[in-house]
Ligand binder design. Structure first.
Ligand code: ZN
Ligand code: ZN
Length: 350
C-alpha cells in the first residue's frame, strides 16, 4: 500500500509500505477515504515537533480521517464490512488511573494516530484501529464530512468544559469570545450555536476567515490588525465576557482574552502555541480570579458530533475548501501552513 511519509522538514514522499495486518481480535482494518490537514500536523511539517514530541524521519502523520471497514477481527461486533466510520485517533489503555477516572483522552499509555513515538498516522491507504475507535457514520452523512468529526469533536468538548463551569444563571444571550477562526475556532462557534448561544464574537488576522465565521453564524467579527478588538468588544459588552476561547495559540490573543474577561470568567486554551512557554499577566488574572482551562483534544465527544451533524443541528460542509490526491500531500500542507487561497480545511483523498 501507499502512504505519504514526512521524510524531513517540509518534505513528503509517497512510499510503498507493507499492508498492515490485524493482530488483535478487537481490531479493524480500515481503508482510508479522506484525511484532514490539521494545525497540529503543520507543526510537525514545519518544525518536526510539538513540544517534546519530536519526529524521527521518515514518519507518517495524520489523525483526522474517515474510512471504510474492509476487514474485522474475530471479536469485532459493532462495525461491519463496508461501514463508513469516523475515527477517534486516540487509543487508550483502559487500565491507568486516568482511564479509570474517565479521562481516556489523557491516558498515561495512550497511542495517538500520527503522533511521534506512538502510532504511524492515517496519511496511508490502510490503517488498523481498535473497533472502539471506529464510529459508524449514518449514510446521510457524506464520508468527507465524517473526516471533519475529529476537529469538530474538539470544539464540542471545549464547549462542554465551558458548560460544566457555567454558573446556573448564565444567560444564552451573553456574549462569548472566540479568538482565532480556523477550523477549531469555527468548530467551537458551531457547537456554541447548537447549544443556543448566539452572541459570538470572533477575531482573526485573516479577513477571509472572518467572512467565513460570519457566514457560519458569528454575531460580530473583527481583525486585530485593523482595530483594537478589545476596545471594540468592550464597547458592546461593557460588563465584559464570561468565557473566551483562545483558538490560535498566540500570546497576543491570550493577553486580549484576559482583558476581555469579567471577574470570575474563564479562559479556555484550545490553540496550540508554536512556542513552549506562554505568559500570563498574573496581577490581572489574580485580581479577576480568572480560571484557565486547557482543552486537551476531546473526550467522549465523537458520537455527540455525529448526532449533531446527522440531525442537521450543525452544517460544517463549508469548512471543506481544498482537496488533493495523496501524491500532492506536500501541496496541501504548503497551502494550509501559508494560509493560501482562502483555505479552511484541506483534505487528502485516497
Ligand atoms: Zn487535529
Ligand atoms: Zn490509560
Amino acid at each position: 500500500m501507499k502512504k505519504a511519509a514526512l521524510t524531513g522538514i517540509k518534505k513528503f514522499d509517497v512510499i510503498e509500505s507493507k499492508m498492515p495486518i490485524i493482530k488483535n481480535p478487537g481490531d479493524v482494518l480500515l481503508k482510508i477515504n479522506s484525511v484532514g490537514v490539521c494545525g497540529s500536523d503543520i507543526h510537525y511539517y514545519t518544525e518536526g515537533k510539538i513540544g517534546d514530541q519530536i519526529i524521527d524521519f521518515p514518519f507518517t502523520i495524520g489523525h483526522e480521517c474517515s474510512a471504510t471497514v474492509v476487514e474485522t477481527g474475530s471479536n469485532v461486533s459493532k462495525v461491519k464490512l463496508g461501514d463508513i466510520v469516523a475515527v477517534d485517533p486516540l487509543v487508550a489503555c483502559h487500565k491507568c488511573s486516568q482511564c479509570k477516572s474517565g479521562r481516556e483522552h489523557t491516558c498515561l499509555n495512550q497511542k495517538f494516530l500520527g503522533c511521534p513515538g506512538q502510532l504511524e498516522g492515517c496519511l496511508a491507504e490502510f490503517i488498523i484501529m481498535p473497533e472502539e475507535n471506529c464510529f459508524i457514520v449514518p449514510q446521510s452523512v457524506n464520508q468527507e464530512l465524517a473526516m471533519l468529526i475529529e476537529p469538530l469533536s474538539i470544539g464540542y468538548y471545549a464547549v462542554q468544559l465551558m458548560l460544566i463551569h457555567s454558573h446556573k444563571d448564565l444567560d444564552k444571550k451573553n456574549s462569548i469570545g472566540i479568538l482565532g477562526s480556523g477550523p477549531i475556532g469555527l468548530s467551537v462557534s458551531l457547537c456554541l450555536q447548537a447549544s443556543g448561544f448566539k452572541n459570538i464574537f470572533v477575531t482573526d488576522k485573516l479577513d477571509y476567515r472572518l467572512t467565513v465565521a460570519s457566514n457560519a453564524g458569528a454575531f460580530w467579527t473583527s481583525n486585530p490588525d485593523n482595530e483594537d478588538v478589545v476596545e471594540s468588544m468592550l464597547k458592546i459588552n461593557p460588563d465584559r465576557l464570561d468565557f473566551v476561547f483562545e483558538c490560535c495559540g498566540k500570546q497576543e490573543a491570550i493577553d486580549q482574552a484576559i482583558e476581555l474577561l469579567k471577574p470570575g470568567g474563564m479562559l479556555l486554551l484550545v490553540g496550540i502555541p508554536e512556542v513552549d512557554f506562554i505568559s500570563f499577566n498574573i496581577s490581572k488574572i489574580r485580581r479577576k480570579e480568572i480560571t484557565i482551562q486547557n482543552v486537551r483534544r476531546q473526550n467522549k465527544s465523537v458520537q455527540p458530533v455525529i448526532d449533531l451533524i446527522s440531525s442537521g443541528k450543525i452544517s460544517p460542509d463549508f469548512m471543506l475548501t481544498h482537496r488533493f490526491p495523496l501524491e500532492n500531500t506536500g501541496e496541501a500542507f504548503d497551502i494550509v501552513s501559508n494560509y493560501k487561497d482562502g483555505v479552511i480545511k484541506a483534505l487528502i483523498q485516497m
